[in-house]
Unconditional design. Structure first.
Ligand SMILES: Nc1nc2c(c(=O)[nH]1)N[C@@H](CN(C=O)c1ccc(C(=O)N[C@@H](CCC(=O)O)C(=O)O)cc1)CN2
Ligand SMILES: [Mg+2]
Length: 297
């Protein structure tokens, strides 16, 4: 039986519509959420993501403040900009696009952001709160993945989840979110022994390892729900154009899974939708207003 294809693009559009409606209501009270995005350097993929963030921020009615800095920007200048954005009352959310150029210490830069404005959820205070089950800002890609899982499966209590990948941006926060949902969670990674056997236990597989088409259909438990976070550009032999693929071998996985996210059009669009949701959440918290329903973990 073929898997249900989880339409992240359509789901993200619904999230943005909900955020847009909430922003309209806030504006009627004289509050306009503002998101500041900082891009250092000219990484081509980052430029596309930042452009899309700007466009979608405006579309939901928020203010967008874009700061583009040259690749050779000294760390002190970037930290000074962050201090300025922390103090700016028009700014409710701050995001520094990753990856940063190699001479910049990403950990230092992220931890310089006011944690209440950290809409990426990467600040150590937010990481600690997530791990200990306190109210926090949740990283956008894991939050979007969780929304898709809840929509597909409903209650996640008791399910076996395997997260492949242990990055701070996706793997670790995803595992913690699933743990909070009552899943039995395994974090697998490049050194895991017999990965196919580990994956085969899972009702939920989240692939975030950055290896094109690594997870094969024969690794899966029949009916498993597969969330493919990978975004890999490959050059198929004989083709003149590069192709975007996930960390899962889509055709073989779709033949065994119960449901699967495609690449593109799965988790990717949820990342920016959840950034807007987090900016709305940060604004509501700042003004002591009720948080939006269904847009947080
Ligand atoms: N500060 C951050 N940096 C990065 C994050 C992040 O959440 N915060 N995540 C990624 C990049 N990213 C957003 O920043 C992002 C990645 C992918 C997509 C997306 O819509 N992907 C599309 C395909 C787009 C394409 O053709 O390349 C899809 O999967 O359908 C949106 C945002 C790293 N950096
Ligand atoms: Mg404002």
């Amino acid at each position: 039986m073929a898997a249900v294809i989880i339409d992240g693009k359509a789901f993200a559009a619904k999230v943005r519509a909900q955020v847009g409606a909430a922003v309209t209501a806030l504006k009627a009270q004289g509050i306009t959420p503002g998101l500041a995005v900082v891009l250092v350097g000219e990484d081509p993929a980052s430029q596309v993501y930042v452009r899309n963030k700007h466009r979608q921020t405006i579309e939901v009615g928020m203010n967008s403040f874009e700061h583009r800095l040259p690749a050779e920007t000294p760390e002190a200048d970037l930290l000074a900009l962050i201090a300025q954005l922390n103090a700016d009352t028009a700014v409710d959310g701050i995001l520094v696009q990753l990856p940063l150029p190699a001479h910049l210490n990403a950990e230092l830069v992220i931890n310089a952001i006011d944690p209440t404005k950290d809409v990426d959820g990467f600040h150590i205070d937010n990481v600690g709160k997530l791990v200990t089950g306190q109210k926090s800002m949740v990283p956008c890609t894991p939050l979007g993945s969780l929304m898709l899982l809840r929509d597909s499966l409903g209650d996640l209590n008791g399910l076996e989840a395997v997260v492949i990948g242990r990055s701070n941006i996706v793997g670790k926060p995803m595992a913690n979110l699933l743990l909070q949902q009552g899943c039995t969670v395994t974090i697998a990674h490049s050194r895991t022994r017999d990965l196919p056997a580990v994956v085969r236990r899972a009702d939920i597989v989240v692939a975030a390892v950055g290896r094109p088409e690594m997870v094969k259909g024969e690794w899966l438990k029949p009916g498993a729900t597969v969330i493919d976070v990978g975004i890999n550009r490959i050059q198929p032999a004989g083709a003149d154009k590069a192709k975007l693929v996930g960390d899962c071998d889509f055709d073989s996985c779709a033949a065994v899974a119960g449901a699967i996210t495609p690449v593109p059009g799965g988790v990717g669009p949820m990342t920016i939708a959840c950034l807007l949701a987090n900016t709305l959440t940060a604004t509501c918290r700042r003004y002591g207003l009720p948080e939006p329903v269904g847009l947080t973990a």
